[in-house]
Ligand binder design. Structure first.
Ligand SMILES: Nc1ncnc2c1ncn2[C@@H]1O[C@H](COP(=O)(O)OP(=O)(O)OP(=O)(O)O)[C@@H](O)[C@H]1O
Length: 387
């Protein structure tokens, strides 16, 4: 008997639109897998195929030793027989049932009467701090409470797999953090197997044992969060996980140069997929890795200094978010407020600035027009997801 959950060659199209494209996944028992990607890349469809709520055209899905879908031999176990728990963005509680009845529901449909008698409903409600709400109806609960009840309902019957479809997206920022933390603690305590869909990289990093980053119905990178953070495999992934700064590089006789003509030594950078003789590359790095200086004398030894001009700045308490322009490219950075407040407040757009970064912060990829276009589209992703 195998303890893995396996998806192989999964394909789902709507008409001619291939939404999930020969996708392979392996989930270890007890693992918390996050499917991360921008809107429309096929995350929810993949999740709904796992749940049995969509019928793929091809591929196989195995839960441990049990085949639940096989496109070739037409095995398709219905959703209610897959032993899954599901938590939706819209909570999806039954409005005419009390909290108690909502949480009880998965036990009832599985004929788990003994668990009901032994207090499983009360225990599940207690787990999500909703023990006092058992006799209320969903309309008498806040959004955060409703989603916690939905989490209790998703876990109460100890399903083989718990599927979360953007469950935090409808909550305001404070509640989102609370419910996220509660889901994380429950996973650490109970060790259930989960697939969690989100477009928010901070949620993905906080919750995932592994992240599967999706692009156009395929998985672009499947790795531990730390590896994704440090070693994105493509410009698309780099842009999606917060490496918002982009420099186009050209190789000339004297080595690599930015489009503004500053030279860059890539010896200490992490370079991926760039042919020895390649002449065009793109470097990505995080705003945190770009420093603002009052003069060239302040640039640390070994850093690449760039002459730039101020575009705009925004005050954020302990820091300013500053946008500068170098050549045709805009870069953002986070500057310490105490150190830079006076100079920034006195500067007008167009004022000369000096910025620098360590070449070790750069992730460099071969220039790829399609990848660059996909990465650029991510600029439209909300700030909290892309920052
Ligand atoms: N029932 C459907 N009929 C036709 N097209 C669909 C259907 N469901 C999804 N799609 C299309 O499939 C693509 C992927 O949708 P999906 O919901 O899986 O993406 P997603 O990555 O989860 O995005 P989001 O975060 O916006 O939900 C989209 O282009 C969507 O319009």
């Amino acid at each position: 008997m195998t303890s893995k959950f396996r998806v192989s060659g999964l394909t789902k199209s709507y008409g001619t639109n291939v939404v999930v494209d020969q996708l392979d996944l392996e989930i270890e028992e007890g693992e918390f897998l996050v499917l991360l990607g921008p809107s429309g890349c096929g995350k929810t469809t993949t999740l709904r195929c796992l749940a049995g709520l969509e019928t793929p055209q091809d591929g196989t899905i195995t839960f441990k030793d049990r085949m639940v879908f096989d496109g070739q031999s037409h095995v398709n176990v219905p959703a209610h027989k897959r032993n899954i728990g599901m938590v939706f963005q819209s909570y999806a509680l039954w409005p005419h049932m009390t909290v108690r009845k909502n949480i009880q529901y998965p036990l009832k449909v599985r004929n788990m009467k003994q668990d009901i008698d032994r207090g499983a409903v009360e225990a599940a409600a207690e787990m999500v701090d909703c023990a006092k709400l058992l006799d209320r109806y969903p309309s008498q609960l806040s959004g955060g409470q409703q989603q916690r009840v939905a989490v209790a309902r998703g876990l109460v019957a100890h399903p083989d797999l718990v599927l979360f479809d953007e469950p935090l997206s409808n909550l305001d920022a404070r509640l989102r953090d609370q419910v996220r933390s509660q889901i994380h603690q429950l996973h650490q305590k109970l060790g259930f197997t989960a697939v969690f869909v989100t477009h928010d990289q901070s949620e993905a990093f906080a919750l995932g044992d592994r992240l599967a980053i999706m692009k156009s119905g395929k998985i672009e990178q499947y790795d531990a969060p730390e590896h994704v953070f440090e070693n994105p495999v493509s410009e698309y992934v780099a842009a999606f996980i917060g490496m918002g700064n982009r420099l186009e590089l050209r190789r000339g006789h004297d080595g690599w140069m930015t489009s503004a003509g500053d030279s860059i030594d890539l010896q200490r950078a992490t370079v991926r997929g760039l042919a020895d003789k390649g002449t065009a590359a793109v470097a990505r790095f995080r705003p945190d890795d770009l420093m603002l200086h009052r003069s060239m004398n302040e640039v640390p030894a070994g850093n690449v200094a760039l002459h730039a001009e101020l575009v705009t700045y925004e005050y954020g308490g302990r820091h300013f978010d500053v946008t500068v322009k170098t050549g045709t490219e805009e870069l953002t950075l986070r500057a310490n407020a105490q150190e830079h407040s006076v100079a920034l407040r006195e500067s007008k757009p167009g004022a000369p600035m000096v910025v620098s970064f360590s070449p070790s912060a750069l992730r460099v990829f071969a220039a790829d027009t399609a990848d660059a276009d996909a990465a650029r589209q991510l600029a439209a992703v909300p700030a909290e997801a892309a920052a």
